[in-house]
Design a protein around this ligand. Structure first.
Ligand code: HSE
Length: 321
């Protein structure tokens, strides 16, 4: 029997926190066209060791040392769990997501690398084990194993993670048509620094209110209760200390809500901002208004309007040969 020599996988853009669930809620953007995400190809090679063969990205400065590259680290984590950990690997990366953009770019590369390596080596890791390997990559750049990008990148949909069981995400219902407008100003905010600005403690009343909003968000999804969802998209944990680094946040939110969005806030650790909307028509309207704000601030920004991915439509193996 011949072994495969090459595997290619794709993982898409995600939004961490979903405003009211710092580190515990995440969602995936619909990615049926494979346009908004990262693709990683892993090939076996005759020498031992892992190398990054090439990186295709409009951003410069992505490390080619595999121990400093999220895809390299995730691939090595899978390799360590395989029956032949001495196998040599060569990795090629196509970055469709911006670096430090708040769109889950490091998770997408980590997840795609873990899936491609798993298929190539036939390790048959469970989704839970793949998450552990991808989180090793995520930790490298963000300094933390927060699961709210990796989990939706793997599973699709909207997911909730209990910190006690971070690799066992709970899928939440995605109301039919629910969409988002995500605007990415061409600025970088790296998650590690944005985590460093967070407070060590939060006043009890704020925590209580946040728990109530996160729980109500979950109920709102189950009931498709738009009035409830409109009230609970509030972030009292991260936004107060991060908003100074996210240009236009208040104004973008205000125009998005006026245009019909349920709410808007920082995507992950920023600088992208997203508006959650009942349907795609409202998301288009909100997105146009959001883009206008950046235009008036003279900040170049890319707008993406997409439905939320349905549960189970996460990262994919593209080919194995
Ligand atoms: N929960 C993470 C954070 C998401 O806010 O730091 C980063 O994308």
């Amino acid at each position: 029997m011949t072994h495969p020599t090459k595997a290619r996988a794709f993982a898409g853009a995600t939004v961490g926190n979903v405003i009211c669930g710092f580190d515990i809620l995440g969602l995936a953007l619909d990615n049926a066209d494979h346009h908004l995400g990262d693709t990683v190809e892993v090939s076996s090679r005759s020498d031992t060791g892992v190398i990054i063969k090439s990186i295709h990205s409009i951003d410069s400065g992505i490390p080619t040392d595999p121990s400093k590259n999220v895809a390299g680290v995730a691939a090595m984590a899978v390799l360590e769990r395989s029956e032949e950990p001495e196998t040599g690997l060569e990795i090629e990366i196509w970055k469709g997501l911006p670096l430090s953009g708040g769109m889950g770019g490091s998770s997408a590369s980590s997840v795609a690398a873990a899936i491609a390596t798993d298929s190539l080596l036939n390790t048959k890791l469970s989704k839970q084990e793949l998450m552990v390997c991808a989180l090793e990559g995520e930790k490298l750049v963000t300094g933390s194993m927060h699961p709210d990008n990796v989990a939706p990148a793997i599973h699709g949909g909207i997911v909730l993670m209990r910190p006690e069981e971070p690799t066992n995400p709970i899928p939440l219902p995605v109301p039919r048509g629910m969409s988002l407008a995500l605007i990415h100003p061409k600025l970088e905010l790296n998650t590690k620094s944005m985590r460093a600005v967070l407070p060590d403690s939060i006043p009890l009343a704020e925590v209580t209110a946040q728990c109530a909003d996160a729980s109500s968000f979950v109920l709102g999804l189950f009931e498709e209760n738009w009035d409830l969802l409109k009230k609970v998209l509030v972030d009292r944990i991260a936004e107060p200390s991060r908003k100074q680094f996210v240009p236009g946040l208040d104004e973008v939110r205000s125009v998005a809500v006026s245009a019909g969005a349920l709410g808007a806030g920082i995507s992950g650790s920023g600088p992208s901002i997203f508006a959650l909307c009942q349907d795609e028509t409202k998301a288009v309207r909100a997105g146009q208004a959001m883009k206008q704000v950046f235009h008036e601030m003279d900040i170049v920004a890319d707008l993406f309007v997409r439905p939320i991915a349905q549960t189970g439509t996460g990262a994919q193996l593209l080919d194995l040969n």
